[in-house]
Design a protein around this ligand. Structure first.
Ligand SMILES: CC(C)(COP(=O)(O)OP(=O)(O)OC[C@H]1O[C@@H](n2cnc3c(N)ncnc32)[C@H](O)[C@@H]1OP(=O)(O)O)[C@@H](O)C(=O)NCCC(=O)NCCS
Length: 330
């Protein structure tokens, strides 16, 4: 294989503009080839890239060619003892020269130093990516099912629900917010040992990107939560989409009641700012969660390949009856 000279270093804030440009170019080319979509992709906003790079600030890397140009980038996130990487790209003209593998190796080293589960998602159309990740030690596991709920279509169903105990986490007093965050941590950990969604819940609030809704059960304990992102990813954010970033319920709670209440809060917030659909993704491992989303009116749009670094404990490969909805993609 031909090679180019480059070095890999941590991404800094000064890199973000260049990353935005390269990312839009790489994925525009990818969509043209694999999805026959010729429209140029708008750049990710700087606000979005600040957010994406802040969930594990030491886990984002760039490859720099000897002439100083950007030859690749990768973002990571760490959620407690669970880490994953993406978005990830190398300029089209530099692909196949070893830059991507160097970025993967550096990122996996970093994530394995703090996490016991390291994962990623990739597109099923790309055999090259699946090959790259398999060679780097990743194992394909249950796919991610990507779903969309039309908020306009669902208006009657969601409006018909009665009063409930859904709270907006961001508007709670400091003490209550801390207690509720701890309870959300317990729910995350019950689904996957070491999983902690708190960085994402806090990040969405700190960056003003959306809201986390909480359902409370007996004794006022949190029995489910939904992290809604209403901030667009790209500069021409006209998709009208909100993103149900995370949805989880406490083991033993009545998920069939809790989930519709949380979705009602999601519907109310998203429609109040003029958005028309909600996108989410769930590992097919959580088959009850998938069925609950389908019963709530979500339609499947596509699937993505989910891969896990081979040293993860075998539990991650087993089906689960829990309600734990989230994507491993930026
Ligand atoms: C994915 C991407 C970042 C990889 O970067 P890259 O610099 O092209 O990758 P590399 O050249 O380092 O490595 C490619 C590896 O995949 C292997 N590969 C390529 N095609 C393959 C195939 N069809 N089957 C098996 N392996 C394949 C190569 O042999 C190479 O492995 P090696 O390092 O052992 O030789 C880059 O191609 C890209 O930006 N693609 C478009 C955007 C994208 O898909 N991003 C990732 C989203 S998950």
């Amino acid at each position: 294989m031909a090679r180019i000279d480059f070095s890999v270093r941590q991404m800094t804030e000064a890199d973000l503009r260049g990353v935005a440009e390269v990312e839009a170019g790489v994925f525009t080319d990818w969509y043209r080839v694999h999805r026959r979509d010729p429209a140029p992709l708008p750049e990710r906003t700087l606000r979005e890239l600040h957010y994406a790079s802040s969930r594990d600030p030491e886990g984002n890397f760039v490859a720099i060619a000897t002439d100083g140009s950007l030859a690749g980038f990768v973002f990571s996130r760490t959620w407690g003892r669970v880490g994953w990487f993406g978005t990830f790209g190398v300029p089209t003209q530099l692909q196949g020269l070893g830059v991507g593998r160097a970025l993967v190796d550096r990122t996996v080293d970093h994530l394995l130093s703090r996490a016991s589960v390291v994962g990623l998602e990739t597109m099923p159309e790309s055999g090259a990516n699946i090959g790259l990740y398999a060679k780097a030690g990743f194992v394909a596991t249950h796919p991610t099912i990507v779903l969309e709920l039309s908020l306009i279509h669902e208006v009657d169903r969601l409006k018909g629900l009665g009063p409930d105990d859904v709270l907006a986490w961001g508007t709670q007093e400091d003490g209550a917010r801390t207690r509720m965050l701890d309870e959300m941590r317990e729910i995350s950990d019950a689904h996957l040992t070491g999983l902690d969604y708190a960085p994402e819940i806090e990040g969405i609030r700190e960056h003003g990107f959306g809201e986390t809704f909480l359902s409370t059960g007996p004794g006022g304990r949190v029995d489910g939560f939904a992290v809604l992102r209403t901030e667009p990813f790209r500069s021409e954010g006209t998709s009208g989409r909100a993103y149900l970033h995370i949805l989880a319920t406490a083991p033993g709670s009545d998920a069939a009641a809790v989930v519709p209440h949380l979705l009602r809060a999601v519907w109310t917030r998203a429609t109040s700012i003029g958005l028309s659909s909600v996108v989410t993704g769930v590992s097919a491992r959580y088959h009850c969660a998938l069925r609950l989303l389908l019963a709530s009116g979500f339609k499947v749009r596509r699937a993505a390949i989910r891969m896990v670094e081979q040293t993860a404990a075998p539990d991650i490969f087993k089906p689960s009856v829990g309600i734990n909805v989230s994507r491993w993609a930026g």
